[in-house]
Design a protein around this ligand. Structure first.
Ligand code: NAD
Ligand code: WQD
Length: 337
């Protein structure tokens, strides 16, 4: 019995594959490599000592996905594959809707056709929009502000409707907060294309001398120091939540939603200081205007994940910063060409 991991060579997918292999589970990866590189498979092997079966295929190609199910004994799916850049989704909404939604429809049809009814889906805290209060609980109202977020919310609803139509399905919707860090080996990590949009990847490049300074987007938010507050979570902690969700899917049917965060909120300036403390490096910054669409504060109440899945984040912000810095030091150009 294998687990199909879509998007398994990507940032979160690769870390999850490592945890799955180390736990002795059988894995098949499908990825079209539109935002990841083939050499990730060698890195996964270096860490785990195991080869993993890989298909270079696009979820938009139904025949190719169906063939993967026919050729393997797939019992469950962890579905990471998707496009994730918020700004790009505003520029190219059709690309995002087609890739993320059609890709998921093809995947779930291939699953249904081949009798596979267990799926863990990568959702995002973005589905809470601008929450009325923090910490955020799973039953807070849902809304989105951009096409990327809209695809996450639509996919959540599609999966819920599938469960309504066939109660044998087991759907686990994990709403990630802000994943950062890297595997402590420094062999796998986040490798954004071009100039990073997200805070930690940008800080890492400033501290390593690639960029002169960080632009802090606004210091007039309603937070303890005026800069935006988020719930940063170590990617290995996040990966481990998927193993717990799979275990649960093996014994229950229906749809469940879980916040996957630490429950701690850190401001942009807290993160700058934490990175400096963890690495001994300097992060020059300047305060600039707010980034459109940003919100004051977003952090999880992760109680449900603990009570139902038995999952809790283990790593603190210091470890997240150290592991991000270690990945950067060992791979100044990411995975390279
Ligand atoms: P990533 O881009 O590193 O990984 C996604 C992988 O999916 C890539 O390897 C890409 O090549 C692949 N992919 C995309 N479209 C595909 C398609 N049509 N067919 C086959 N493969 C395809 O992203 P990540 O950070 O690892 O995120 C994984 C998932 O988690 C995504 O669904 C993302 O939306 C979600 N998520 C990410 C974050 C974050 O901040 N990183 C936060 C919340 C949710
Ligand atoms: C964090 C904080 C910025 C960069 C995004 C997506 C979300 C999810 C995770 C996928 C904010 C500030 C940032 C910079 C800054 N992805 N910042 N200077 O916006 O919370 O979430 O990634 O699902 O959907 O929207 O993360 O890392 O971009 O920003 O001051 O150069 O850092 O304003 O307060 P965000 P982020």
């Amino acid at each position: 019995m294998a687990i199909l991991v879509t998007g398994g060579t990507g940032f979160i997918g690769s870390h999850t594959v490592v945890q799955l292999l180390n736990d002795g589970r059988e894995v098949v990866i499908v990825d079209n490599l539109c935002n990841s590189k083939l050499c990730v498979l060698d890195r996964i092997k270096s860490i785990t000592g195991k080869d993993v079966k890989f298909y270079k295929a696009d979820l938009l190609d139904f025949e190719a996905i169906d063939k993967i199910f026919k050729e393997n004994d797939i019992d469950s799916v962890i579905h990471f594959a998707g496009l994730k850049a918020v700004g790009e989704s505003v520029q190219k909404p059709m690309l995002y809707y087609h890739n993320n939604i059609t890709g998921t429809l093809n995947l779930t049809k291939a699953m249904a056709d081949n009798g596979c009814k267990k799926i863990v889906f990568s959702s995002s805290a973005t589905v809470y929009g601008n929450p009325k209060s923090v910490p955020i609980k799973e039953d807070f109202p849902l809304s989105t502000t951009n096409p990327y977020g809209e695809t996450k919310l639509m996919i959540e609803r599609i999966l819920s409707d599938i469960v309504k139509s066939d109660p044998e399905w087991s759907v686990s919707i994990l709403r990630y907060f802000n994943p950062i860090g890297a595997h402590e080996s420094g062999l796998i990590g986040e490798d954004p294309k071009g100039i990073p949009n997200n805070l930690l990847p940008y800080i890492v490049k400033v501290a390593s001398g690639k960029y002169d300074h960080l632009s802090v987007f606004g210091n007039d938010y309603n937070t303890h120091d005026g800069t935006g507050v988020r719930d940063y979570i170590h990617v290995v902690d996040l990966a481990n939540a998927h193993l717990k969700a799979l275990d649960r899917a093996a014994i229950v049917t229906g749809v469940e939603h879980f916040n996957i965060g630490t429950g701690n909120g850190y401001s942009v300036l807290d993160i700058v200081k934490a990175y400096e403390k963890a690495t001994g490096l300097t992060v020059k910054y300047e305060i600039v205007a707010r980034r459109p669409g940003d919100i004051d504060a977003c952090y999880a109440d992760p109680t449900k994940a603990y009570e139902v899945l038995g999952w809790k984040a283990q790593y603190d912000i210091n470890k997240m910063c150290q592991d991000s810095a270690n990945w950067q030091k060992k791979n100044p150009d990411g995975y390279g060409e």
